[in-house]
Design a protein. Structure first.
Ligand SMILES: [Cu+2]
Length: 242
C-alpha cells in the first residue's frame, strides 16, 4: 500500500517533460496532438482537484462537528454538489472537447500529401498516393512525412479491425472493414516517432508497430524520388552472381 501510494506521488510530481519519448501522448509534436495533450492535462488536474475536495469534505463530515452535519446534510448541499455541479462541469467539458474534435476532423485547408495506410494481419501497408489517387510509392511499417505540411491519411483494413495510433502526432483512429476513415496530421518538426496498432487484432497484435520518420520537406521529396527508382539488388548479391 505504501509503495503504491509512493509511486502515485512520484507520478503526480513528474514534470510534463518526463513524458518525452519515442511513443508518448504527453510529448506532442503536431497541433492535433497538442490539443489532445491539453485535454488530457485538464482532465488530470481537474480530477485531482475534485478528488482532494471530495476527500476534504469526507473528512470534515466524519469530524463529528455539528456544523458539518448541518451544512453537508442539507438538501441544498446535495442538490448543488451532487446534481448542479456535475451537470455544469460535464456539459462544459463536452462543449470544449466537441470543439476540439471539430478542429481535428474538419480540414482547414487541402492536404499537401495523401497517404493510404492499410492494416493487415500483422503489418502496415503504406501507399503514397498521386493527386489522382493512384499508388505512387509503397512502403511497409515505416511512414515518411514532411515536417510542417498537412498530410491526410486514408485508413482502411483488409481483414479485421485495427487501430492506427501514433501518439506523438495524433489520436487513435480505428480502421474498420468496409470503410475508409481519415486522419489529418501536420508534424511540427523532423524526428522519429513510433506508432502501433491499438485494437487487439490477433495473436501477433503486439508486433504490429511502425515508425514515423518526419523529415524536412526537401529531404522528404528526395526520399520520395529515390523510392520511385527501381530496386537495385544488394552489392553482395550481384557479386555472388558473377
Ligand atoms: Cu492490428
Amino acid at each position: 500500500m505504501t509503495a503504491r501510494l509512493g509511486s502515485a506521488l512520484v507520478l503526480a510530481t513528474l514534470p510534463a517533460s518526463a513524458g518525452a519519448g519515442l511513443q508518448s501522448a504527453i510529448d506532442p509534436h503536431s497541433p492535433t496532438a497538442s490539443e489532445i495533450d491539453a485535454i488530457g492535462w485538464l482532465l488530470y488536474w481537474g480530477a485531482a482537484v475534485i478528488f482532494v475536495l471530495v476527500m476534504a469534505l469526507t473528512v470534515y463530515s466524519m469530524s463529528g462537528s455539528e456544523r458539518a452535519g448541518r451544512l453537508l446534510g442539507h438538501r441544498r448541499a446535495v442538490l448543488i454538489g451532487g446534481l448542479a455541479f456535475p451537470v455544469v462541469l460535464l456539459s462544459a467539458l463536452l462543449v470544449y472537447t466537441l470543439r476540439i474534435a471539430g478542429d481535428i476532423v474538419t480540414p482547414s485547408e487541402p492536404p499537401a500529401l495523401r497517404i493510404e495506410v492499410v492494416g493487415e494481419k500483422f503489418w502496415w501497408r503504406v501507399n503514397y498516393l498521386t493527386e489522382a489517387g493512384h499508388v505512387d510509392v509503397a512502403t511497409a511499417n515505416e511512414i515518411h512525412l514532411p515536417a510542417g505540411r498537412l498530410v491526410e491519411f486514408r485508413l482502411r483494413t483488409t481483414d479485421v479491425i485495427h487501430s492506427f495510433w501514433l501518439p506523438n502526432l495524433a489520436g487513435k483512429v480505428d480502421m474498420i472493414p468496409g470503410r475508409i476513415t481519415t486522419l489529418r496530421i501536420r508534424p511540427d518538426r523532423p524526428g522519429v516517432w513510433r506508432g502501433q496498432c491499438a485494437e487487439y487484432c490477433g495473436a501477433q497484435h503486439a508486433n504490429m508497430a511502425f515508425l514515423a520518420v518526419v523529415e524536412t520537406p526537401e529531404d522528404f521529396d528526395a526520399w520520395l524520388t529515390a523510392q520511385r527508382q527501381p530496386a537495385r539488388p544488394p552489392a553482395a548479391y550481384s557479386e555472388n552472381r558473377r
